[in-house]
Design a protein around this ligand. Structure first.
Ligand SMILES: *[C@@H]1O[C@H](CO)[C@@H](O)[C@H](O)[C@H]1NC(C)=O
Length: 591
């Protein structure tokens, strides 16, 4: 935690009790009636409040750094008109070109300032890093241009048919709502900004300003909203320097806090953003382990960006609690109960769904906090040792390394790996870069190769959601895909790992692997109005489109492709930023 990022308004010198009034004034004061004194108190209090309110404006005009300015905090909003979500009106796009150009001019101006330093006559103030706009030049390589065109294509379809809704259904030209938070927009902002797509970025920003609201009477999932919306807003704030994103993040964070008011401090999985009531999911008394341990980067960043410690305190307690629970060689069951704070004993151990990002955030939290929290590093080390001891096997035929699952309380090994697990090579490489044992890199390379095979060995060159591995018969194929698992949701994890490996090793082979896969996405998932998930990677003649474009395709998959295809492996430097689980970069604390 970087204490320099905290800016507190010091009010004590406005109402300093040690300054005594002159004698005669004091006598006058004593002569006043109680009512008169009360009036004066109220008047004085109002004056102080006015000063607090206008202080940030005065200060920011004076060129002082300020983390959050009060005038950008959201004002109370009227009750939600549910009807607004049912119609397909394009909301927030009704602005003329003029405003758009002004917005662009502002963006240019910001970039100018960063490029050339502050104008000479102004005092040179060292601002916190998060205040500066980071400049991105836009696509340079042919491959980056192709990815940028894909982003524009996806955005155009979303804008036309699903604007303001969570997801686009690109085949039917309709939309899908899950949390009613315009997920695709919020998830896309930093990607648009990194690609230097100015018009699209301004459209997104304007929608956030005018239409993003959190007061709807609607249950949402704490984890999903944290990684997508809170993470998206915070990373947009850090990259663009626009305070509106931080103000919205603060409003949201505030509404998510009641989740942590459980008997154990382990958060409930769901919360109603409108009435602030938190509860377990409808289908289970438990929360997912990965969900309660994959909110820490975002909440901690919200605290360091706003100076309000409550967010960090809530999530640190969860991390510390989980740290103390008994584990199997550092590995955790995938369910945890918010009331008792205990793991569900017979639940599965996996690095796939519901387990994955527990391990990812151990390492990333340790990095985010300037490597200051020792138990995070130790738990990560122990967990990777546990993976090597209990979860790693090789196929009989070609000796492909994979990570399996332990079921029924660690008794049964299943040679099954989710595509989600393919995030791990990237995380392992990041760990080695930060001083973890070299043998982790060998594991990363071997697993990356297997993940590549899950793409390369299907006729579409697209990976299925789940792959089974052959560990008994040396004559049978290494990989097996069940028809129920043959879907591809445009997921990012393998591309994410390719980018980490490219940045941290400089090996351009990973760019070529990624390019082949990008072309497969273009061939099999691109449709007239966007990109769609598909149901069958095994059938090139009919991939069975699912009619759904997930927000993580724009947030993660296309962002990682874009970063991977840059000639500059450090287009976003992993020594300066830590990427959350939804590919939103957050600054690393330098303290
Ligand atoms: C790059 O990575 C590929 C795949 O892992 C490997 O075969 C190749 O030897 C690497 N190249 C270099 C120069 O390390």
């Amino acid at each position: 935690m970087n204490p320099n990022k905290y800016v507190t308004l010091n009010l004590s010198n406005l109402a300093d009790p040690t300054v005594k009034p002159r004698r005669s004034l004091w006598r006058l004061w004593n002569q006043l009636s109680r009512f008169q004194r009360s009036l004066l108190y109220v008047g004085f209090a109002s004056a102080v409040l006015m000063m607090i309110y206008f202080w940030p404006i005065v200060v920011s005009q004076g060129g002082e750094p300020l983390v959050i300015s009060v005038e950008t905090l959201p004002s109370p909003q009227p009750a939600v008109d549910v009807g607004v979500f049912k119609n397909t009106e394009i909301d927030g796009l009704d602005t003329g070109n003029k405003e758009e150009q002004q917005g662009e001019a502002a963006l240019e101006a910001e970039n100018e300032i960063r490029d050339h330093g502050a104008p000479p006559n102004e005092p040179q103030v060292e601002e916190p890093m998060s205040q500066k706009a980071v400049r991105f030049k836009g696509p340079i390589t042919e491959r980056q241009k192709a990815v940028t065109a894909a982003m524009q294509h996806a955005w155009k379809g979303y804008k036309e048919f699903a604007w303001g809704h969570d997801h686009l259904k690109p085949i039917s030209g309709a939309y899908h709502d899950w949390f009613f938070l315009g997920l695709t927009i919020v998830d896309s902002i930093d990607t648009l900004y990194i690609m230097n797509l100015k018009n699209e970025y301004m459209e997104a920003k304007k929608w956030v300003e005018k239409s993003l609201r959190f007061d709807r009477n609607q249950d949402v999932n704490l984890f999903e909203v944290t990684i997508r919306v809170l993470g998206g807003l915070l990373s947009s704030y850090h990259l663009t320097g626009e305070k509106i994103f931080l103000a919205k993040a603060m409003d949201l964070g505030e509404r998510l806090l009641p989740c942590f008011e459980s008997p154990s401090g382990v958060p409930f999985s769901d919360i109603n953003l409108g009435n602030h009531k938190a509860h377990s999911p409808k289908w289970s008394p438990d929360s997912s382990t990965s969900e309660v341990t994959t909110i820490q980067l975002e909440f901690r960043d919200l605290s360091s960006s706003t100076g309000d410690p409550r967010f960090e305190e809530a999530v640190s307690k969860v991390s510390e609690h989980v740290h103390k629970l008994p584990k199997t060689d550092g590995l955790v069951p995938i369910f945890i109960n918010a009331n008792t704070g205990q793991f569900r004993v017979y639940s599965t151990i996996t690095l796939g769904a519901r387990g994955d990002s527990y391990y990812e955030y151990l390492l990333k939290q340790w990095i985010q906090t300037g490597k200051s929290i020792e138990y995070l590093r130790n738990d990560y080390m122990e967990a990777i040792e546990g993976v090597m001891k209990l979860l790693i096997k090789r196929t009989s035929k070609s000796s492909l390394l994979f990570i399996g699952e332990l079921q029924s309380g660690a008794r049964d090994f299943k040679p099954k790996m989710d595509h989600l697990t393919c995030y791990l090579p990237g995380t392992l490489a990041l760990g080695v870069h930060n001083g973890m044992p070299k043998e982790h890199m060998k594991l990363a390379e071997d697993l990356l190769w297997t993940c590549y095979q899950t793409y390369a060995q299907t006729p579409t060159f697209l990976a299925p959601e789940i792959t089974y591995f052959q560990i008994q018969d040396a004559n049978a194929a290494d990989l097996h895909i069940k028809s129920n698992d043959a879907h591809n949701l445009l997921r990012p994890e393998f591309i994410e790992s390719l980018w980490y490996m490219y940045q941290l090793t400089g090996n351009k082979t990973f760019q070529d692997w990624g390019w082949t896969i990008f072309q497969a996405f273009e061939k099999y998932t691109k449709v007239t109005n966007g990109y769609t998930s598909i149901n069958n990677v095994k059938s090139p003649s009919n991939v069975k489109p699912k009619d759904m474009m997930e927000s993580f395709f724009l947030s993660e998959t296309l962002k990682y492709f874009y970063l991977l295809f840059s000639d500059n492996p450090k287009l976003i430097d992993l020594d300066e930023y830590v990427f959350n689980s939804e590919a939103h970069p957050l600054p690393i604390s330098k303290s």
